[in-house]
Design a protein around this ligand. Structure first.
Ligand SMILES: [Cu+2]
Length: 345
């Protein structure tokens, strides 16, 4: 092999790595939420229930989080046939001690597929789906399917809120509440702000001093309650960080004047029965903040990744340049033996 061949190989490697870099930086960062395809490998050694198996997991990754409508493809990289069958497996130790078998739930079943073969399934429903291999019931995996998160404000039933902030007039037609939340799509473990202002519904003037009750409910549980809250400047806000996903209701009720009646634009009667409002929306699971340790990319791998980019950008062109210089220098004397004397870089 001469120098020029080695140089071409370096250049080829450089092109491939640069192309990969462009892919990582540009193409993989799609701003749209199209249905995606995910891969799960059944690694070599999955057939072996012993603790000394070369496989560290039965399905890799063992827990996969996807979005409604996404497709998962399992590839058999082992040396025996396997299945991907929904339901609960036996667990490794249960099987070893009692030869317990798994319990399929009938939702999906790949049936046996052989080494180098693969099988795909599209998840249309949300939820957590356990699966296992009926041949080797200690092999277990989980697919978590999250709902498609809309990019517009909506109520708890998923209906789009066309006018946001919401302008809501209480049933007794006395108070108009201007209500909104920020961010518009609320996710768990992220601060949500509920912002509201009170207006005289008849004259459309701000109601400066009011007393009211505010409650935040989720899944029929009261998360937050403030009775007799006082709004001094015509409006107020509340902040809350939701731990769980699911529909929420913000209830404002018992709206009445605070202090002297003269400070409000209209005279509100003491009867507050018809002076209330319910605002509903949905809290979504925050994928970035609820991932298990199984799915976190290890720092070591990240360092390795950037190291490889550095090789592609700096080291390979440097080696190519050096190779060219040496090649030119050696070529100058133009003796027949010069080619052989060149040492590979
Ligand atoms: Cu199997």
């Amino acid at each position: 092999m001469g120098i020029s061949t080695g140089r071409n190989l370096d250049f080829f490697g450089f092109v491939i790595l640069s192309g990969f870099l462009v892919y990582v930086l540009v193409l993989s960062d799609t701003p749209f939420s199209f249905a995606e395809e995910f891969m799960v490998s059944i690694p070599f050694g999955a057939f072996n229930p012993e603790l000394n198996t070369p496989a560290e997991v039965w399905y890799d990754p063992p827990i996969l989080t996807i979005t409604q409508g996404d497709t998962v493809t399992w590839t058999n990289d082992d040396r025996e046939g396997h299945t991907v069958t929904s339901g609960d497996g036996s667990g490794r130790f249960e099987w070893m001690s009692s030869k317990k078998l798994g319990a399929p739930d009938g939702l999906f079943d790949s049936e046996r597929f052989m080494p180098e073969e693969s099988w795909s399934y599209t998840f249309e429903d949300t939820g957590t789906f356990n699966y296992f291999c009926v041949i080797h019931p200690w092999m277990e995996g989980i697919v978590v399917v999250q709902p498609i998160i809309p990019d517009y404000p909506h109520d708890a039933a998923g209906n789009k809120i066309e006018q946001f902030p919401i302008f809501y007039v209480t049933p007794d037609q006395s108070v108009e509440i201007n209500f909104s939340w920020e961010p518009r799509i609320i996710k768990t473990h992220e601060k949500a702000n509920f912002i509201y202002r009170f207006y005289d519904a008849v004259n459309d003037l701000p109601l400066r001093k009011l007393q009211y009750d505010i409650v935040i409910l989720q899944n029929n549980r009261i998360l937050y309650k403030d009775e007799g809250a006082v709004s001094g400047a015509g409006g107020d806000y509340r902040q809350w960080i939701f731990e769980e996903s699911g529909p929420i209701i913000v209830k404002i009720s018992n709206i009445k004047p605070f202090g002297t009646v003269a400070e409000t634009a209209i005279e509100l009667s003491g009867n507050t029965a018809g002076r209330l409002a319910d605002f509903t929306t949905m809290v979504y699971e925050n994928p970035e903040k609820t991932v298990t340790t199984d799915t976190i990319i290890q720092p070591k791998e990240t360092v390795q990744f950037y190291y490889e980019i550095a090789v592609a950008i700096i080291v390979i062109p440097a080696v190519m340049l050096l190779g060219t210089i040496i090649y030119m220098k050696r070529k100058k004397p133009s003796t027949p033996s010069s080619y052989r004397k060149s040492s590979p870089i």
